[in-house]
Each structure stands twice: as structure tokens, then as C-alpha cells.
Design a protein around this ligand. Structure first.
Ligand code: ADP
Ligand code: ADP
Length: 222
């Protein structure tokens, strides 16, 4: 699913990633842990096409998603590629407050220009799967933290991405809601073979993932 080597990233003189290699298989749920400042978010942003590696030619950097290299794509190509292949979940749900849960989930399908009726059916299925069907027409401020986060997961899933990157998805949830969200990730993996890469400080989550990668000072050390 993901094959990457020699990822470097610097901000000015600060070398944040120092040559990261990472492989992720389809259907894996992988966690990335490590101290604050280790480079976890930066790595996720680069793998997720939201940021670019520094000096890829110099370092012979390669990143493939399903055998497709993407670091040299144009901005226009990369937006399309991201929309079709990658889903994101962040610590804060980042739902648009003026739209309902359903409208928020359907937004990525408008950008992709997908078939409206099919996407509406898919959205209803996801709201069922994620046990938020009774919240479908609520606005974000009418949802609990756990519900809002599940809507964010539905939004990440609506275009059937190959991979979902989650950055501290349970960082803002209490332990009950965090457990529910963990279970959800594994249910989605079992049902759709959905691949997840999750940056987390949550030790329970890190322990139950298929693989735990430990980052330190810009490298995966374990
Ligand atoms: P982690 O997710 O492991 O906490 P990050 O990837 O967020 O680590 O950050 C790694 C280092 O890079 C930190 O020192 C952070 O301050 C720095 N950093 C991250 N993004 C930027 C940026 N846009 N500009 C400058 N420094 C940044
Ligand atoms: P994390 O929870 O991973 O530690 P941070 O709070 O370090 O995240 O960073 C949050 C966002 O702020 C990141 O997207 C990163 O790009 C940006 N950022 C972090 N450090 C800096 C910095 N020193 N200068 C500019 N942007 C930064």
C-alpha cells in the first residue's frame, strides 16, 4: 500500500525527518508513537500529500501509494490524487459548523464530482455502520465529541480511500469514546480491509494495533 524511503524534512536549520523508510500493507492498522517533536505529524502530512519532503532528488526520496509515485505531481494532480486515495482524521473533528453531519460527509464527493445518488446511499450506510444514523441531520455543535469524531471518520471514508491517516484521533475524547473509536477502526478494517496509520499518544490503542512504530528525533527507531 505505502512504500517510502529516505524521507527528509527540514524547516530552516531544523531537521525534522532524517531519512525515514516506511512500508504499510493493505489492511494493516499501524500506530506511530513517540515524544512530542519527534516528527510524527510531519511524516503523516508528507505521506498524506499535505506536505512535501525536502530535497527529494538529493536524497533519492521515493514515496509510492499502491505503486504510484506522487511526490513530483503538480498541485492540481495532487489534489485529485489525494481526494481519490487518502482520508484524514485529526484530533479535532474539523467539521464545518454551518453544515449538517450529512452535508459535511458529502463534501468530499462534491469535489470528486461523484454520482450524487450513489454517494447519498453510501453516506447513509456509513452513518449506520458508525452508529450515528440518528444524528445525520444534526449540526456539529449538536453532536457529542465522540459523535463528531465518528462523523469525521465517515467523511474520511466516503470516497473509499485506499488509506486513512489519523493524527491523534482520540486525543480529545474521554476513554469510553476513545475505546469506541478504536473498535470502529478495527471493524472498518475487518469489513472493508481499510488501511489505517494512526499517530497516537494513547497506549491502549498503540498496543492493539497490528504494528507499532516508534519515532525519535526524526527517525523510526523501532
Ligand atoms: P510530533 O508530531 O512528533 O509532535 P511534529 O512533526 O509536529 O512532531 O514536529 C516536529 C518538529 O518540527 C517540532 O520541533 C516542530 O516544532 C517542528 N515543526 C513542525 N511543523 C513545522 C513548521 N511548519 N514550521 C517549523 N517547524 C515545524
Ligand atoms: P503535535 O500534536 O503533533 O505535537 P504540534 O502542536 O506540534 O502537533 O503542531 C501542530 C501544527 O502546527 C502542525 O501541523 C505543524 O505543522 C505546525 N507547527 C508545529 N510547530 C511549528 C513551528 N515551530 N512553526 C510553525 N508551525 C509549526
Amino acid at each position: 500500500m505505502i512504500k517510502a524511503r529516505n524521507i527528509h524534512k527540514s524547516y530552516g536549520n531544523l531537521e525534522v525527518l532524517k531519512g525515514v523508510d516506511i512500508h504499510i500493507k493493505a489492511g494493516e492498522v499501524v500506530s506511530i508513537v513517540g515524544e512530542s517533536g519527534a516528527g510524527k505529524s510531519t511524516l503523516l502530512q508528507i505521506l498524506g500529500t499535505l506536505d512535501t519532503p525536502s530535497n527529494p532528488q538529493k536524497y533519492d526520496t521515493e514515496i509510492f501509494l499502491n505503486d504510484q509515485p506522487f511526490i513530483y505531481m503538480s498541485d492540481k494532480q495532487i489534489s485529485k490524487f489525494r481526494n481519490q486515495n487518502i482520508g484524514f482524521v485529526f484530533q479535532f473533528h474539523q467539521l464545518l459548523p454551518e453544515f449538517t453531519a450529512l452535508e459535511n460527509v458529502l463534501l468530499p464527493t462534491k469535489i470528486a464530482g461523484a454520482n450524487e445518488k450513489e454517494m447519498l446511499e453510501k453516506a447513509y450506510d456509513l452513518f449506520e455502520d458508525l452508529k450515528i444514523a440518528q444524528r445525520i441531520h444534526h449540526k456539529p455543535n449538536q453532536l457529542s465529541g465522540g459523535e463528531a469524531q465518528r462523523v469525521a471518520v465517515a467523511r474520511a471514508l466516503i470516497n473509499s480511500p485506499k488509506i486513512i491517516y489519523a493524527d491523534e484521533p482520540t486525543g480529545n475524547l474521554d476513554s469510553k469514546n476513545a475505546d469506541d473509536l478504536h473498535r470502529l477502526f478495527f471493524d472498518l478494517r475487518d469489513k472493508y480491509n481499510q488501511t489505517f496509520v494512526i499517530v497516537t499518544h494513547n497506549p491502549q490503542l498503540a498496543e492493539i494495533t497490528d504494528r507499532k512504530l516508534v519515532m525519535k528525533d526524526g527517525l523510526i527507531i523501532e
